[in-house]
Design a protein around this ligand. Sequence first.
Ligand code: SF4
Length: 467
Amino acid sequence: MTRWARPGGITGTPSVPVREIHASGLSVQRGEVLVPTVFGDELTERVSCPAAPLVAGSLQRKGRQVRLAPAPRYADSGADGDAVLYLATCPRPGGGYTAIAAATPRGDRLSAAVAFAAVQEWAAVAASRVVLAAGSPWCNGALRAAEIYRRAAAEHAGSGRTVRVLGPLSLPPETAAELDMLGVVQVTSLADAAEGDVVLFPAHGVSSQVRAEAAERGLVVIDATCPLVAQAQEGAGRLASRGQHVVLIGQRHAAAAAPIASRAVGQVTIVENTGGTTTLNVTDAQRISYMLQPGLPVESASGVISALRSRYPAAQGAPPSGLCYAPSDRLATVRAVATGSDLVLVLGDPQSSDARQVVAQARDAGARVQALGSVFELTPALIDGVTTIGIIESTSAQSGLAAQVIAAMGGLGQLSVVRRQVRTEPPALEDPQDGAGRHLRGGQTQAYRSATAVAPAGVTGPRMAST
Ligand code: SF4
């Protein structure tokens, strides 16, 4: 039987055909709705339901108990049957079709009404769409550090040594969970490390004092400092040794600021904004250099640089090849996706600072934006009338969430997926020591092969460490 109806709350769509099949062999508990991920009768090929999480989300919001699972083969039993299956179909690229479906036990009228409505409302927004997917938010420096942590944890597993990583950390959620399982302990100070411990230095680096203390105590140190941060640290030290006063344009509380400033003690000032240039006090106006703290969009420094140069015309800047462009590229990517989309979904914990920042950036670019913590939160009303959907992962997004959302959208009709990523050709991300992570004990150096190129397959963009 086919029922036609116009779902409430969905505008501008025609009535939607939803088939009702009385099925034998489909076991559904009373009070429960089965949302099949795949189903089929005894005679025909099984049909996949990529949009199943979307239907399940609708049902959960309506208070139904939902089972998301492959459905066993059933027999179409006419008016009788164990269950009632509601389904609508969408054409699939290359032929065939996918289905939007839900099944309820026979005689459960309330569940049946809710299941029918859920199938109908998603079928009503089925359409051909384009997804503009931003590249991953994690930069190479953060991914490289994560890989070094993993290797260190694996190497020292069962050795009796505790592996500690100095925070604060900025890691993909799944990496943080993996390290936790491997027994890696996050600490905020070397005081928490004991004799014999392995200590991991993070991507944003550590101060000279911490480095010296670790060496003095004979701790096993594995240095995952991002090469661009290491370059900035060394640059600050070099300038200070030449008698230059270093203006570090950045944020005082950013994780990378103190490690860089520690290389130029007494000769460095952190300037956060143009106002900071007016209170700057240097003894020799001819010997002043400025550098940008890695981890900030390079464009954000232009106002400060102008103000500094107008006050100190002799001020010299670092060469552009030494800058980190990952934050600028990410910002440009967010803007590119936002301006090309009818709706932008920002994936991850909506309360996380990164998600909030990306939401604000996309809104500033004029986009309609929705933060999304899971695929189940997507609603038909959100995508009604939308033809191009931007998908941007925040750093709090679980691995695979973007793929889940894209797969579910693919169950609502033809879907083209385009990846947008703005990328400034980076300087070679090499360690100062032959591209190797450094593994030090008592002055010894053990080479770690560089883990710079560790972006997952298909992910083209940088993710941000908290530098
Ligand atoms: S933001 Fe830049 S400097 Fe900071 S860890 Fe990432 S690549 Fe390195």
